[in-house]
Design a protein around this ligand. Structure first.
Ligand SMILES: [Zn+2]
Length: 367
């Protein structure tokens, strides 16, 4: 069975839904048509002209990148800028470009968790979980129908809390209604005030699934007029947000930890503040430009915060509270290629998934 590019994208987005990208981002299919049959997928951190050439040479008509090559509006395609040249080359050679960017950063098993795994951290949690991404549905059923309604809601993605599935709550009470002549009541008679025993059923779900959950409710619920409330919750969603925090199995001497970090992440160098903690056990980190999370890392009493793109004056913000380590943007995220490949290999076994061999890091070091 030939696989379409769209199937690859849909599967990646079950893992990293596009709804979780930041408002400034431009993740998604950037070049190419989703209904094209896939010849092979080339995974890269950045999509450059050289990567498009590599895709052509390796018979891949889809490039999956972490960073979107098109980030702001393009107004002309004359080839005067590397972004234009990359897009032109991809279109001319029928190579599609898809980016999974801040949506892959923001999911629990995304970019930062993958770094935490390389450092063998335990008890990994999101450092800054996001708010307002969860909703609650309350509905009312005849007790005999509750199980079927819940089953449908679970199948649509409702009822997940952390490591728990099928989460719901219900109370028994009395419902009242007066059906008019046009109604088709499941219980009671038209024109008669009815009192009936009902169950009030509550489930939580990610707001992005509202359409699916409401469709499941209406399909599974036997009432002609389904009574329900929807609430947007103030809760933080522990599965979605920026950065992660975790612990080392054993505390390490701070200098030894930096050596360990350099080794595990294959770094040419680390820029870091003074070793204000003699030992390191609690580690916060964020792949890419994550300086904005430093206050969160301090607040959660991490011994070290690892990220990239830290400016000179920003290093002062660590004060004597935490060790701030900048490991380089490319170096912090280059293993995202392995992450994307491992996600795809969970579902697709008969397609060519290649990791780009090109080092796209624009930053060089003279050691
Ligand atoms: Zn990045």
């Amino acid at each position: 069975m030939p696989i379409k590019i769209n199937q690859i994208i849909q599967f990646l987005e079950t893992f990293a839904p596009s709804a979780y990208q930041e408002s400034y981002d431009n993740a998604g299919l950037l070049v190419g048509q989703a209904d094209t049959t896939l010849t092979g997928a080339l995974i890269t951190l950045d999509c450059t002209e050289a990567v498009v050439e590599e895709a052509i040479a390796r018979q891949c008509n889809l490039i999956i990148a972490h960073h979107p090559i098109v980030f702001k509006g393009l107004k002309r395609f004359t080839g005067s800028h590397y972004v234009e040249r990359t897009v032109i080359k991809a279109i001319q050679n029928q190579v599609a470009i898809y980016a999974t960017h801040t949506n892959l950063d923001n999911v629990i098993y995304g970019v930062s968790h993958h770094i935490a795994d390389r450092l063998s951290l335990k008890n990994i949690k999101i450092l800054a979980p996001k708010k307002h991404l969860l909703m609650k549905l309350t509905t009312f059923c005849q007790p005999a129908d509750t199980a079927a309604v819940l089953e449908a809601l679970y199948a649509a993605g409702a009822g997940h809390i952390g490591n728990y599935a099928n989460c719901s709550f219900r109370l028994t009470g009395t419902g009242t209604f007066l059906p008019n002549e046009a109604a088709e009541p499941q219980v009671g008679e038209k024109g008669q005030l009815t009192e009936t025993k009902e169950e009030r059923v509550e489930v939580i779900f990610p707001a992005r699934l509202e359409g699916k959950v409401m469709q499941a409710l209406h399909e599974a619920h036997p009432y002609d007029e389904v009574a329900y409330y929807l609430h947007r919750l103030e809760n933080t969603y522990q599965q979605v947000g920026s950065g992660v925090i975790g612990t080392l199995a054993q505390a390490m001497d701070a200098n030894d930890f930096l050596v360990y970090l350099k080794d595990r992440m294959e770094l040419p160098c680390i820029r870091h503040t003074a070793l204000v903690k003699p030992t390191v056990q609690k580690v916060a980190l964020c792949g890419g430009a994550g300086f904005f999370l430093l206050p969160k890392a301090i607040q959660q009493q991490a011994d070290v915060y690892i990220t990239a793109d830290v400016k000179y004056h920003d290093f002062f913000e660590a004060q004597d509270k935490i060790i701030l380590a900048d490991i380089g943007h490319y170096e912090s995220e280059v293993f995202t290629k392995d992450l994307i490949a491992s996600i795809l290999s969970q579902k697709f076994t008969n397609i060519a998934i290649r990791l780009s061999n090109i080092n796209t890091n624009p930053v060089n070091y003279l050691m």
